[in-house]
Design a protein around this ligand. Structure first.
Ligand code: ARG
Length: 467
């Protein structure tokens, strides 16, 4: 680390210091290279703050005008990429405040009355995350729409449903895709719920104990689009629950994305050959000319590690921190930002990939014809003929063992052969031994019968405004 000297004189908090900050300390403690992302919120928050100060008679109208104009100019400079962020000014808050003082003089130095960086950083983060909530609701809605479009396009087509990656019962492809519609829907609900706890104004809690100046915390609420103010100044300065909760929502989204990714990876393998992922979403191998690899789902699956990692970082960061603010908390931003960038890009590209996905319906349908997937249907058939379910399970198990020996499926057995296992079996049994019969018998709420799935698709389309 360099031992260069830096000018302590430039510091906004330099008063009690006899010595300039070490260059190594500035380099180690600066956050400006990532928290500059918050500049718009920092400026909007400062404008609302000074407006309140003026309303309360703490700031003159003239100073208010100077500050607001100065902040507007600074924002435009940052927008245009002309603003020079300085590492020795640590973070976004001090960079903007110092630029304001340089620009408008003494009035600029009044901006920080009744405020601390502790409520300021909480304010910026809350406003930023609130907007991110709205953005993620949009992204999730788009991903849901992609799932529902597939469900609509492939309505009536069957595929094997799996447990333990073993063929279990035939289902509709649409039913499978609507499972992801549900997951993304819960993700959206969770984000919207989390937004309620994010969207409270911390401004005016100051360092930790509140302000002794005659401020009015409530008056910034409307200007900044908050739902209210936080209740306890110490909790406010110490709190990052809202960020942990938000990143938890993101980690769960990425977990859902990793599950659909995993399915796409093996569905696109030659062994399954259930889907064709569009060429533009795949890559080739540098050595094996025949390869078409599902890199995008693989990367999404892989990136779940870093998002869950970000959540663990935040938990570990906050665990055991005494009240109230501690500088450790500056470490919250990088994992938050990384989680946001990772999950938003993963969600967007997954939605695009799904829009371009083709199911190999013939192959998927064929796969429903083998693997004794109607065994449960045969057991249910026996139950309807008053055979206790446990006995029915045993009867069908023996019939399956017989088929394995014979090398055939249940539907291939002659009626006399089936009757060896139970005399209650009659000719009508063949209707339940087909995959279609099995699918369409599952009419219970949430089941895979075509009529239930058609209702579910229509309901989803309506909910998403697609019709
Ligand atoms: N850059 C700091 C952070 O992100 C801002 C708050 C600093 N507060 C303080 N008391 N040093 O946490």
């Amino acid at each position: 680390m360099s031992r260069e000297k830096s000018s302590g004189s430039g510091k906004l908090w330099g008063g009690r210091f006899a010595e300039a900050t070490a260059g190594s300390v500035e380099a180690f403690s600066a956050s400006i290279h990532y928290d500059s992302r918050l500049y718009k919120y920092d400026i909007a928050g400062s404008k609302a703050h000074v407006t309140m100060l003026q309303e309360q008679g703490i700031l003159s109208e003239e100073d208010l005008k100077l500050i607001v104009t100065g902040l507007t100019e600074i924002e435009a400079e940052i927008d245009r990429g002309e603003f020079q962020f300085k590492r020795e000014l640590e973070d976004v808050h001090m960079n903007i405040e110092k630029a304001l003082v340089d620009k408008i003089g003494p009035a600029g130095a009044k901006l920080h009355s009744a405020r601390s960086r502790n409520d300021q950083v909480a304010l910026d983060l809350r406003m930023y995350l609130r907007d991110q909530c709205d953005y993620f609701v949009e992204l999730l809605t788009a991903a849901q729409q992609s799932c529902v479009k597939l469900a609509r396009n492939y309505i009536g087509e069957m595929m094997p449903g799996y447990t333990h990656v073993q063929r279990a019962q035939p289902v509709l492809i649409s039913h499978h895709m609507l499972a992801y519609y549900e997951m993304f829907g819960r993700d959206r609900d969770r984000i919207q719920d989390c937004r309620k706890r994010i969207n409270l104004s911390p401004l005016g809690c100051a360092a930790l104990a509140g302000s002794g100046l005659p401020i009015n915390r409530e008056s910034v609420v409307e200007a900044l689009g908050f739902d209210g103010v936080t209740a306890n100044s110490m909790d406010t300065s110490a709190d990052r629950d809202f960020a942990i909760e938000f990143v938890h929502c993101l980690a769960l989204i990425q977990t859902h994305l990793s599950r659909i990714s995993e399915e796409l990876v093996f569905w696109s393998s030659q062994e399954f050959d259930f889907v064709n992922i569009a060429d533009k979403f795949c890559t080739g191998s540098s050595i094996m000319p025949q390869k078409k690899n599902p890199d995008i789902p693989e990367l999404i699956r892989g990136k779940s590690g870093r998002v869950i990692g970000s959540l663990m970082t935040l938990f570990t960061l906050m665990k055991g921190l005494p009240l109230t603010y501690n500088r450790d908390m500056q470490e919250d931003k990088e994992p938050i930002f990384d989680a946001i960038d990772t999950v938003s890009s993963s969600l967007a590209i997954m939605a695009e990939l799904l829009e371009n996905l083709e199911f190999n319906t013939q192959r998927m349908n064929e796969a429903t014809q083998t693997g004794f997937m109607t065994a449960t249907d045969l057991a249910d058939y026996l139950v309807m003929k008053d055979v206790p379910f446990r006995d029915a399970h045993g009867i069908v198990g023996r019939a399956v063992a017989f088929c394995i020996q014979k090398g055939c499926e249940l539907a291939d057995l002659k009626i006399e052969e089936l009757q060896q296992f139970s005399p209650v079996i009659e000719d009508d049994v063949y209707a339940v031994l087909t995959a279609e019969g099995s699918v369409n018998s599952r009419v219970s709420t949430g089941g895979t019968a075509r009529e239930r799935v058609e209702e579910a698709v229509a309901k989803a389309e309506k909910q998403l405004g697609m019709v």
